[in-house]
Design a protein around this ligand. Structure first.
Ligand code: IPE
Ligand code: IPE
Ligand code: MG
Length: 250
């Protein structure tokens, strides 16, 4: 079978792809297993997709791994996910290094159990010199958390005289977001069949192309990522302008 990879225009790659990895629980349920079985298998998809993005030369891949709201799931599932996080990081750091992938995190890490925080910090340090793909994990992340946090920091800087209200513009606001060093995603993929954003990169996705697939996350892999990129490359991004304007500039 021919790969979608051959149809990808490498000169028009998204610099940043963001993925809402949804459907693990339902995938497991279909197989008569418990939800954690689905999360466990989801790790293979993470590996495959990171490898695929890396092969192409995508600069940033942000994976929504755990939302602020996911803390409200049954304690057993939360504990299982944290345990899986720790084990996966421990196991995958050598693979990340082999592929020159740098790991970073956005989210409220202070909410994570201490051992998960420690493991995470170690992994960030151990991969910090890699210059290939930037793999960004959104962990205990939500856009509303991020925006409240940004507003707090801005207020503090105004109070201490470091910033003037009148000097605030879009780029100043962006510098207070968790994504301050990351370009906006050009493409956002959601697996699992739902058509919603679930509090993910709301500010940053103002002009992002959305791609929804019914495939559940454990069934997604790099070939499916290539297919999504091909779809993205056939779209006309207008950013509020007319189609004629966009064609003239080309
Ligand atoms: C996504 O899969 C993983 C996380 C949110 C942690 P789900 O666990 O949401 O799976 P479904 O949507 O219930 O099938
Ligand atoms: C979104 O999935 C969060 C992650 C993939 C980490 P959810 O399963 O939490 O989203 P909803 O509840 O269906 O909107
Ligand atoms: Mg879900």
């Amino acid at each position: 079978m021919q790969s979608y990879k051959q149809n990808i225009d490498l000169s028009n790659l998204p610099r940043h792809i963001a993925i809402i990895m949804d459907g693990n629980g339902r995938w497991a349920k279909e197989k008569g297993e418990d939800r954690l079985y689905g999360h466990f298998h989801g790790v293979n998809s993470v590996r495959s997709v990171a490898e695929g993005a890396s092969e192409l030369g995508v600069e940033f891949l942000t994976l929504y791994a755990f939302s602020t709201e996911n803390w409200d799931r049954p304690q057993e599932e939360v504990n299982g996910l944290m345990e899986l996080l720790i084990q996966t990081i421990r196991k995958e750091v050598p693979v990340l290094n082999k592929n020159n992938i740098r790991l970073s995190v956005i989210g409220d890490l202070s909410m994570l159990p201490n051992d998960a925080q420690a493991e995470m910090e170690e992994a960030l340090k151990e991969t910090s010199k890699n210059i290939g793909l930037n793999l960004v994990l959104a962990l205990s992340y939500s856009s509303r958390w991020e925006l409240v946090n940004a507003v707090k920091k801005i207020a503090e800087d105004i109070e201490s005289g470091k910033l003037k209200a009148n000097d605030i513009n879009q780029s100043v606001l962006e510098s207070y977001l968790a994504t301050s060093n990351i370009p906006d995603p050009e493409l956002m993929i959601r697996t699992g069949g739902e058509h919603r954003i679930s509090n993910f990169l709301l500010y940053q996705s103002a002009y992002t192309e959305l791609y929804f697939t019914d495939l559940k996350w454990p069934d997604f892999d790099k070939e499916k990522l290539f297919e999504a990129i091909c779809d993205f490359q056939n779209r006309e991004r207008r950013f509020g302008k007319t189609g004629e304007q966009i064609k003239q500039n080309k």
